[in-house]
Design a protein around this ligand. Sequence first.
Ligand code: 13P
Ligand code: SF4
Length: 375
Amino acid sequence: MYQAPLPQEYTGLDEATVARRIDAARAKLGAKLVILGHHYQRDEIIAHADYRGDSYKLAKDAGTHPEAEHIVFCGVHFMAESADILTPESQVVILPNLAAGCSMADMANHFQVRSAWKQLGEVLGDIEVGGADTVLPITYINSAANLKAFVGEHGGTVCTSSNARAALEWAFSQAGKVLFFPDQHLGRNTGVAMGVDPETEMALWDPFKPLGGNTPEKLRDSKIILWKGHCSVHKRFTVEQIQDARRDHPGVTVMVHPECELEVVQASDRNGSTEAILKAVTAAPAGSTWAIGTEINLVRRLAKENPDKTVFCLDSQICPCSTMYRIHPSFLLFALDELVAGRVVNQVKVPDETARWARVALGRMLEIGTGTAKD
Ligand code: 13P
Ligand code: SF4
């Protein structure tokens, strides 16, 4: 998305001035405003967030303040779209920098997914009638709203890294196959944890090749068809890094995000969403050591908030999510100042027809829940 440059008065401000002015604008807006912050946001943004969380938690939090006129989402575009879909028409969702996208979400588009669906139908027969060859589409929440709408219209669901397993179990209770997009790794890791063989029961769909680069037999034999998408941040984590961490820190617990590759997840002790990582480290005993495989802003914050534990990132070369980082405090200040002046900038508004079906898919996601008692 195109983001107009910030007005000049916002570009040379020092950090303390920006923070003070954000606080002042917030005070003026009062209960009319809710600020949501994803765990990957920098500390200077999280300091102003009413809620922080992973994608699943923030999707739920977005709907908890019907009295707020404005929801400022400090995260990336697909998260703001989901918040818009899940909140009443009267609430305005704002993304402080519209250029904050997600490179993984961009790896699947509506045209490609519709083409894949058509090709699967040609190979497998009627894939929407029920029975062993029925295919249910599942989209990771890291996807555009029109893909969520596609999934809603075709009986499927959205999932997050918090509830991917519950979503796959739900799908397999009614269909023989799942088309999972756009993150191959979350789909593969979750499928393997459920006992689906990655060699014989999963296919990889390359949207740039006919039949996704598969033979008809491979597609017929597969239970999970994985879209060839990935996260460039989580791709950086390796088994060697885990071996080094274990060598240098005996007794370390290695926890990674499930967007990491299968062998990395298998070499780690635990895996989970950003919220799961936060909860695990927070609940760990003093003196414990944690090597974390996820975005650096979260890992550094965990280290700071848990001074009685050793917490470090598996990748010593640092791996920020460059698009999350585009939410600079000056953009937040600009958006809030405009609200104080009675103007809305950077609204994220999903067209009604898309929102209608995407809401069905997100509703299924929330109904399925995370499979934990506290959901
Ligand atoms: P979480 O839902 O775990 O926060 O993940 C979102 C994301 O984009 C991770 O890269
Ligand atoms: Fe997208 Fe990866 Fe950034 Fe998450 S960390 S928002 S998946 S690019």
